[in-house]
Ligand binder design. Sequence first.
Ligand SMILES: [Zn+2]
Length: 263
Amino acid sequence: MDELISQIADCLINSKNAVALTGAGISTESGIPDFRSPGGLWTRVDPGEFSIDRFLQNPARFWRLHLRLKESGDFDLASAKPNPAHFALARMEQMGILKCVITQNVDNLHQKAGSVDVVEFHGNLLRAVCLKCRALEPIAQAEARLSNGQEEPPRCQACGGLLKPDAVFFGEAIPSRALMISQVQCEKCDVLLVVGTSLQVFPAAQIPITVKLKFPPATVVEVNREPSAMHERITDHLVLGSAGEVLSRLSDCLEKKKTCTAC
Ligand SMILES: [Zn+2]
């Protein structure tokens, strides 16, 4: 594997616009099971509860469910900690190699690890958004008002509008800003690092296809425990293993190579 890691490191060092696309697999090592895997959220809660239609029909019911999940400790994203894979991507950004992380995760762990340029394709479950004025607030504040029984469902502090967790619910569109930035990043991207995603959820799964179809095509590096659904079509370098281990080795290798070039 060392030779492959070294080859990928060279590829990244020679890149001008390396971008990472991450999915649930990067956060499983932080104790957040993939929603769709055994033990994941969808095995305990009907995914329909997270549809925008059902939310709007009865927001108070949704927020009660949200609080129950949080209090059960089964779904406490706020106390989850970034793992070596998140830290390695943040280090790559600090080295000036990685320009941006596009994540399908809603857990805020890239930001906690120190990544600055993060595009949240599916929003962020640590924030609440006002459906009327789009003001954001930490979800913990909305939860506190809810658990104090002050109001139900929680309302925007600024305008009294209805608050919703700022993650993309089923039936909702991808936030237009995230979509636009990802498109710009795809146009510039020359190396795409795909980490912890099976590439089955569109439109995020369109990103590697887009970077492969343009001219010249980007080099796609895939780090996954199991090969993604489209690895045969899009992946140039496939590394199978734990994201934490592989990315730590990759960022160590990059640090060594960068130091060497400098001296
Ligand atoms: Zn508001």
